[in-house]
Design a protein around this ligand. Structure first.
Ligand SMILES: [Zn+2]
Ligand SMILES: [Zn+2]
Ligand SMILES: [Zn+2]
Length: 343
């Protein structure tokens, strides 16, 4: 066996042991359950990672600054120049109804098809049907829309998006969600996956399966594998990450919440995960934080690394540091992991 292959084996074993430690910790009773799994759905008023506007009863998500939606942030800036206090403003501002849904919206007729028109809340097919109905019945208002809706049968869905990382539903027989389909077209259709022209009239209307042609299935699959998740308010998608890295980020988010000295916006967490996926990072341990361009990513990585150092001790170092004795809540996990690292 060469020295290099021995080192690679040791690295793999270290990663496996570390993943075991983190798995035990993140499955522990004190760990925040919303931080588990591949796609984290964070509640709007989460104690550490809140994302709803702080104006009481406002249903809109936070915008970049002031922990308020864009409308309230603008109003607050004006109120502040007039000398109002923040507490006063938050109490008296008029709450706003939601506009952008945090989840991908579904067609109001087809439960399995994403909405193409967010205004009409209709899938691509129903939106086109409604527009052609309007041409024949110009001036049709809400009542006409309701009448038309009642006559529309729902159409079957197209399954999950084929981009590996994505948890959204496909928007067309091509098998990609709206965002990934637009990305695929922008990228010049790698692999040449295509739908027949007028697939609805030729196939779907007669309940026949729509054939998707692909010049190079391998290239298409490679494109699907390389995609980053669609960003959604209140969601952190970690599906595209290596298992150890995913667990490190989850543990890092949890430990950050124990003493949050700085705010971690969910968009920062998602963009850090995206950067790691792009670079195919296996673990944050030992990584030079300066590989990340953004200062807030660097700070987050350093904070996670600090949290990891406490649990990535070797068993003897863990005992020497008194870590097992001083942290009863995690001692079960640390001691559980010890035999694995010592064998
Ligand atoms: Zn608001
Ligand atoms: Zn529909
Ligand atoms: Zn997708």
């Amino acid at each position: 066996m060469t020295a290099l292959s021995l080192l690679t084996q040791q690295d793999a074993r270290t990663r496996r042991d570390r993943l075991e430690v983190l798995t035990a910790l993140t499955n522990g009773p004190e760990f925040d359950p919303v931080l588990r799994g591949g796609v984290l759905k964070i509640p709007p008023m989460h104690s550490v990672y809140p994302w709803s506007c702080t104006v009481i009863d406002c249903a809109r998500p936070r915008w970049r600054r002031y922990a308020m939606c864009s409308v309230h942030a603008e109003q607050w800036q004006e109120a502040e120049t007039r000398g109002a206090s923040r507490a006063q403003f938050l109490r008296t501002a008029e709450p706003l109804p939601a506009t952008e849904m945090p989840e991908a919206m579904m067609c109001r007729i087809c439960p399995q098809r994403p909405a193409f028109s967010l205004q009409l809340v209709l899938c691509f097919r129903h939106r086109n049907r409604w527009l052609s109905h309007l041409k024949r019945h110009p001036g049709g208002g809400q009542a006409e829309f309701e009448r038309w809706l009642a006559d529309q049968p729902s159409l079957p869905g197209y399954g999950e998006c084929r981009a590996d990382v994505c948890d959204e539903l496909a928007a067309s027989p091509l098998g990609l969600c709206g965002a990934h389909e637009r990305g695929y077209i922008r990228a010049g259709r790698p692999g040449g996956a295509k739908l027949p022209k007028n697939f609805f009239a030729t196939y779907e209307r007669g309940d026949r399966p729509v054939p998707v042609t692909c010049e190079d299935e391998v290239a298409f699959r490679a494109w699907c594998r390389a995609q980053l998740p669609v960003h959604r308010t209140g969601t952190v998608n970690l599906r595209g990450l290596r298992p150890l890295l995913r667990a490190e980020l989850q543990w890092g988010m949890y430990v950050h919440g124990l003493q949050p000295v700085a705010v971690w916006h969910l968009t920062w967490v998602q963009s850090l995960a995206d950067e790691c996926q792009r670079r195919d990072v296996q673990s944050l341990a030992g990584l030079d934080a300066s590989v990340f361009r953004r200062a807030y990513h660097q700070r987050m990585v350093q904070e996670i690394q600090q949290a990891l150092r406490k649990i990535y001790f070797t068993p003897s170092e863990t005992r020497d540091a008194g870590y097992i004795a001083s942290r009863p809540s995690t001692s079960g996990c640390a001691s559980r992991a010890a035999p694995a690292t010592s064998t």
